[in-house]
Design a protein around this ligand. Sequence first.
Ligand SMILES: *[C@@H]1O[C@H](CO)[C@@H](O)[C@H](O)[C@H]1NC(C)=O
Ligand SMILES: *[C@@H]1O[C@H](CO)[C@@H](O)[C@H](O)[C@H]1NC(C)=O
Ligand SMILES: *[C@@H]1O[C@H](CO)[C@@H](O)[C@H](O)[C@H]1NC(C)=O
Ligand SMILES: *[C@@H]1O[C@H](CO)[C@@H](O)[C@H](O)[C@H]1NC(C)=O
Ligand SMILES: *[C@@H]1O[C@H](CO)[C@@H](O)[C@H](O)[C@H]1NC(C)=O
Ligand SMILES: *[C@@H]1O[C@H](CO)[C@@H](O)[C@H](O)[C@H]1NC(C)=O
Ligand SMILES: *[C@@H]1O[C@H](CO)[C@@H](O)[C@H](O)[C@H]1NC(C)=O
Ligand SMILES: *[C@@H]1O[C@H](CO)[C@@H](O)[C@H](O)[C@H]1NC(C)=O
Length: 829
Amino acid sequence: MGKFQWDKHHESLSLFLYLVIFFSYQLPSSAYTLPDKYFINCGSNIAVNVSFQTFVGDSNSDVSFTKQNSFVTDNRQASETPPLYQTARVFRKQSSYEFKINTNGTYLVRLHFSNSTDVSDAIFNVSASGFLLLHDFTVQKIGSSTITKEFILSIPIGKFLIYFVPQESSFAFINAIEVFPAPPDFISDEPTQISRTGNSNDYKGLLSQALQTIHRINVGGPTLTPDNDTLLRTWLPDDSYLTNSGIAKNSRVLSGRPNYDIVTEFIAPDLVYKTSKEMASNDSNITWSYDVTRDARHLIRVHFCDVISISLNILSFFLYINSNFSLNINPYQKVNDFATPFFMDFVVDSDDSGFITISIGPDSNSFYQNAFLNGVEIMEMMGKSDLVPVTHKSNNMYPFIIVGVVLGGLVLICIFGGLLFIGLRRRKSKHVETSEWSPLPIFKGSSHGNSKTPSREGTITVSPVPNLNLGLRIPLDEIQLATNNFDKKLQIGKGGFGTVYQGTLRNGFKVAVKRSQPGSGQGLPEFQTEIMVLSKIRHRHLVSLIGYCDERLEMILVYELMEKGTLRDHLYNAKLPCLSWKQRLDICIGAARGLHYLHKGASGGIIHRDVKSTNILLDENLVAKVADFGLSRSGPPDQSHVSTGIKGTFGYLDPEYFKTQQLTEKSDVYSFGVVLLEVLCARPAINPALPREQVNLAEWGMRCKDKGLLDQIVDPSIRDQINPNSLRKFAETTEKCLQEDACDRPGMGDVAWDLEYALQLQQTAVVQEPHEDSASNASGMLSSHVFQRLPSTNIEFEGDDMSIINEDESDSVPSASGVFSQLKMDEAR
Ligand SMILES: *[C@@H]1O[C@H](CO)[C@@H](O)[C@H](O)[C@H]1NC(C)=O
Ligand SMILES: *[C@@H]1O[C@H](CO)[C@@H](O)[C@H](O)[C@H]1NC(C)=O
Ligand SMILES: *[C@@H]1O[C@H](CO)[C@@H](O)[C@H](O)[C@H]1NC(C)=O
Ligand SMILES: *[C@@H]1O[C@H](CO)[C@@H](O)[C@H](O)[C@H]1NC(C)=O
Ligand SMILES: *[C@@H]1O[C@H](CO)[C@@H](O)[C@H](O)[C@H]1NC(C)=O
Ligand SMILES: *[C@@H]1O[C@H](CO)[C@@H](O)[C@H](O)[C@H]1NC(C)=O
Ligand SMILES: *[C@@H]1O[C@H](CO)[C@@H](O)[C@H](O)[C@H]1NC(C)=O
Ligand SMILES: *[C@@H]1O[C@H](CO)[C@@H](O)[C@H](O)[C@H]1NC(C)=O
């Protein structure tokens, strides 16, 4: 459906045409008619539709692609597990599926597995055509409810067997299988091979290899599901692979259809070619770093379609792969027109870093200084293996039992489940003859989060909560290498949460490595939240998560290094040079934009919950980035927020949230108001050493503002440089943020806007004195908020606050939040 960008009214027509085209494909090559196509729903006698494809139950699939009109019970509908994954076939001995192949050629083979408790003990190998496709495979390590492995194989005419070989005393299983021919010329036999030193030559015999898809990326665009793809592929966005998101931006989306001139839409669908990433400025390379198997050979396919040039032949740029290979790309030497897709294949050996980097960068000889990329596919080449079964005796073909078919009510399921469990046990111990099979119902789904479309590709999955993004997983030895095995000399911070090290990844990337006490098991929810939240978002004003490691009980988060440390250290508490008023405004604007993005941006509705000056970090250019999402919550406020209990840091806590425990974005706005005061006054949010009425900055600041004495508490080191109008605007903004009633507070977008206005007033004042008055009038007009004093309940709150902070370092609360908090720089640095 998504393939043709027609409107809703045409959806059914579109689907119909789609099916026609997909199954009796007549366009560029009438050879592509899918003569041998198998879409099999394993362990079932019913058909299941996924996207536009029908998966036939395997127990009646020998009738080639007959549409089995299966009944659908309400119960199946209610289950959270996608229907295709509700049934599986289980093998306790070496077993195989056999497919009749009538045409020589390149085939796509997809294996679908669910991650449910029933099958979590399975460990097995899968092989086909002499290739070991999966070895020691288990779903225990995957972080999602389903996983799809895709392979590209050359299959000759005859029988094609896929072997499942369980490890001793374990078993193998499979939920669904797809085997269908790739479109003509899908894979070229002789792509360019790149050596370590960057030389290129022709590789021979790619078609005799097996390929496994590792990454399939829609650069500059959204996730594409099988619904959106011509070959039921899944494409993921590129953002989490960018090594520096600030220098790339999504290009405008092509409105029409790309010109499929030299490639077909089966190479990649429209939606891949319509979007791209391009340079955000004219002088930086854009680099993506993809995790791959170490020391293995890979096929890299890069997709291009120029949607950014305003006229033909004005743009060329460089493509770099790893450090040594570069190639000048001039789209108009490949194609004749704007918006015409093409792709290039490279055979590349990975080194022992476990990463392949792909960059695009400007060509100084180009008239138009830019570079773009639309899509990336990385496939691992798998060698032949001696360890795999060879085709023999096929009379012993189906030694399996069916697990599956969710029928009947919950009670029935429980009873059945119990029986099944006992039955399975007995079968196991008795070594039942392998020729019989029997249907066994299992119940799946309740333990899974809101699982979305089943993921269909490689090891990367559209992960439902609480799954981690496996694409960001960094091996422990890589982190040990980066930090010189957690060298004390590289330590840049330490606290209750563990230790922060500075490190350098193999690709030269400087990182901060936050390691919790190994094995403590504390803070796991915060750890997972931070990965989930951060892996979804990239923004100039949010600290980027580069990866994580959860090997061997470790909980390690790897971020981009923020060389200048926390905002707080630049305001007070450290012997750092004083920030000017303009710098402070720039920092506040940046942080406000970052928070605005969290609240309203692409993955939207994320509440930070712990906004404070130690969670605003500065990079080498003093660009502010918001950090530490360990407490954040996504989604609109709902029941679950009510019961979570208060989290955050005293001194910054929204009094309304404190009273009602209703968490909203406006709580972040309040905390940000406190940060604004901190920036203005250069003192902590809570300072118990001060006279009682001054302890709480929010209260004290607003009291002074109320009396018109705000300039008295402004940081003396900037008092002389602040323009009064800028100060007034800033104070108004702060006051609005600190309104008692959450609905009186502005959104972060408005806050950012107001702060920009304050910055403008400051700059205007420096440049042109005469305009000052009119500007001041304008800012006066904008102020419509009547100050409300903080409520008396807050006084008690302050009391609590003091007793807690007296024993701690004044703005952090000893709680789980400490586990992954503060990327603080040591004073030694
Ligand atoms: C699957 O789709 C086909 C049309 O392609 C339809 O005839 C069939 O009823 C569908 N089956 C199910 C289980 O929805
Ligand atoms: C298929 O390939 C085999 C060798 O791999 C060859 O002997 C055979 O003739 C081919 N058949 C067709 C129909 O191309
Ligand atoms: C996948 O399986 C593992 C082990 O059984 C489990 O810890 C994890 O929560 C599962 N993930 C999902 C999304 O079900
Ligand atoms: C699975 O493959 C591995 C090779 O990686 C091999 O060592 C192991 O023996 C195989 N297991 C079985 C049961 O064949
Ligand atoms: C790049 O090439 C040089 C020699 O030209 C070689 O020394 C270096 O190791 C190569 N880099 C990589 C990452 O292989
Ligand atoms: C992908 O397909 C789904 C289902 O048809 C549709 O809702 C979605 O909008 C499509 N995505 C894009 C980017 O077109
Ligand atoms: C790069 O951009 C700057 C402004 O952003 C412009 O002044 C400069 O000419 C550009 N350089 C090139 C080579 O296009
Ligand atoms: C882009 O990267 C290549 C290879 O690392 C380097 O030679 C080139 O100077 C870089 N270009 C820019 C503009 O940084």
